[in-house]
Design a protein around this ligand. Structure first.
Ligand code: FES
Length: 590
């Protein structure tokens, strides 16, 4: 354990560096005694441009109080904050930047452990990516979900209902006053989106990974329990520091198998496919796209939270949250995986006496037993075919069942600007397949969440609310519809999607895992030769991003940040091998 004298600034004389640090710490109030204590960095992603983190002041204070109570020294520090609706073109463009910031600040400053406080969609994966690479003892505290809104007796959740009401307004079914009244109730409290969007999904899967104290993910942002959880996390961070328990011992293939199983059981966001892949790779683990399909097919859906049900995260919390879910799912999980408590999931459940707590009667429609699941599988499907040689994904439980097998003519938009220009006048029918190109990692840039392509007015007027939609982009975890996402390779790097033209017949068969365009290979090749590459940015972060970003099935990380990945998801490396690989990653600068 290093304490405040650790990681000194280099002046060529370490003794002088420590002398200087002591002098420069006095005005911060540190006594000599403090230099003997474990130091816990508290990474605070508060920003006034991130509404989901508006309540982080008291939350971070509670973490720091916990650190002090356990005999540690808490040192709060800021990093980049990514507020989903406040970033152009997409928060995803900056996830890797945030991960780099977190990693380097964790590594460079004199911490013995770190508490990662985040919440809005991209923040948690970015922090875990950074912490996995820095490999300092770490645990996560999420900001927690908002409470649901209420519009004339109907409970509303951001942003599933944002999209639904906006579509009704576009269809002329509600007036501007109603839309404004709904708008007031969509995000009524502090916290992140309260449906099973990306923020909820990532908090829950990170708890399943073992990187959060049990029960933390679902506590509403404004519930007093969240402060108690934050304080307990501060205490736990000091224990982690003393034990030297690093992420490389927790973030194992087994932990990721648990996370993917929980992802399927909650019908979580498709964005988790990208984030979990990127996070795992930082720990040397290769998750293949087909692993998500395989685990999803064998895992029953046990929750009914929007957009695959009608409930909200506060209901899931009252039903028992992640410990209750994992305990019910235990036959498909590996309960002996280690967590930040220093104990296994199984031991955590015993400490919480989860087995003795039935789901309250009022919440039986929120959390099911595996014998009576809401659906037999998780609904996350991977597609292959000549339109997506490296794969694509679809969340079948958020789709229209009748469209899961569909053949129709493509209606192509070359990019978002083309979509915006032509959408209102385009001659579309419900049978058309909407295709949007150039919203992938490079083309977006940043793979924006534009994959839930708006239904053209000509179709809305016929009372139709869903069509098959295909893109190389992402969609919000709060969104829904028969939406094929993450088509790879993306159009901007020469993927076959770039060659699709309006009128080409497209075939989707989700059960068979097929996505094809009925065009001869030589015609596709000829069309691709005529395509133009997007211009390379002249400088700065966007140039770095353009040159190094990986495709969706590889997690959209930067190639130079991803270490060698010796293990597949299905491996079980012994502890000595985990330690040696972590040592090697550090030695190689990863
Ligand atoms: Fe932050 Fe939805 S806007 S989680």
């Amino acid at each position: 354990m290093g304490g405040l004298y650790d990681k000194v600034t280099r002046y060529g004389d370490p003794g002088f560096s420590r002398f200087l640090r002591r002098a420069m710490s006095r005005n911060l109030g540190f006594s000599a005694d403090d230099f003997e204590r474990p130091v816990v960095g508290v990474l605070n992603t508060f920003s006034e441009v991130n509404r989901c983190h508006a309540h982080f002041g008291p939350l971070v204070e509670a973490v720091k109080r916990g650190v002090l109570m356990a005999g540690g020294v808490p040192l709060e520090f800021p990093t980049i904050s990514l507020g989903e609706p406040f970033l152009e073109p997409s928060a995803m463009l900056f996830r890797n930047l945030a991960a780099m910031d977190a990693e380097e600040m964790i590594r460079a400053q004199p911490f013995d452990a770190v508490v990662l406080v985040g919440g809005c969609d991209k923040t948690l994966p970015a922090l875990v990516m950074g912490a996995a690479s820095a490999d300092l003892p770490a645990l996560v505290v999420s900001g927690g979900p908002m409470l649901a809104g209420d519009f004339q007796g109907e409970r509303l959740g951001a942003c599933t209902d944002c999209r639904r009401y906006w579509t009704e307004w576009r269809a002329g079914r509600i007036d501007a006053d109603t839309l404004e009244a709904v708008n007031r109730e969509l995000a009524p409290t502090h916290g992140h989106c309260m449906v099973m969007g990306t923020a909820s999904t990532m908090a829950i899967t990170i708890e399943a990974l073992g990187l959060m104290l049990p029960g933390g993910a679902a506590i509403p942002a404004v519930h007093q329990e969240r402060l108690a959880h934050a304080e307990a996390s501060g205490k736990a961070a000091v224990a982690l520091a003393r034990a030297g328990l690093r992420p490389s011992r927790i973030l194992t293939p087994r932990a990721y198998r648990n996370a993917l199983t929980v992802l399927a059981a909650i019908g979580g966001s498709t964005n988790a496919v990208v984030h979990l892949t990127a996070m795992a790779a930082r720990s040397g683990i290769r998750i293949a796209l087909d692993d998500f399909d395989r685990i999803s097919r064998r895992t029953p859906l046990l929750t009914q939270v929007k957009p695959v049900g009608r409930y909200h995260l506060e209901d899931f919390y009252h039903a028992g949250g992640v410990p209750a879910l994992m305990w019910r799912l235990r036959a498909l999980l590996e309960p002996d995986a280690l967590t930040v408590t220093g104990r296994t999931h199984r031991e955590n459940w015993e400490a919480l006496r989860v087995a003795e707590r039935p789901v309250p009667e009022a919440y039986r429609e929120v959390l099911a037993d595996p014998e009576r699941p809401f659906k037999p599988d998780g609904g996350l499907r991977v597609l292959r075919g000549n339109l997506c040689p490296d794969g694509a994904v679809i969340k079948s439980h958020a789709a229209t069942p009748g469209l899961l097998r569909h053949r129709g003519p493509a209606l192509v938009f070359e990019n978002e600007a083309d979509l915006e220009r032509r959408l209102s006048d385009v001659a579309a029918t419900p049978e058309h397949v909407l295709v949007l190109k150039s919203i992938g990692p490079v083309g977006g840039p940043g793979m924006p969440e534009a994959g839930m392509i708006p239904i053209p007015p000509a179709v809305l007027r016929r009372g139709v609310r869903d069509m098959v939609r295909i893109s190389d982009g992402r969609m919000s975890g709060t969104a829904y519809g028969t939406v094929v996402l993450h088509v790879a390779p993306e159009a901007a790097v020469g993927g076959p999607l770039a060659a699709v033209e309006t009128g080409d017949m497209v075939r989707l068969d989700v059960e068979a895992g097929v996505l094809e365009v009925e065009v001869a290979p030589e015609d596709l090749a000829r069309r691709l030769q005529a395509r133009r590459r997007p211009p390379r940015p002249a400088r700065g972060y966007r140039r770095l991003y353009f040159d190094h970003v990986l495709q969706a099935p590889e997690g959209v990380d930067f190639d130079f940040l991803r270490p060698p990945t010796p293990w597949s998801l299905w491996d079980d490396p012994p502890e000595a091998e985990l330690d040696e690989a972590a040592r090697q990653r550090a030695a190689d600068g990863y």
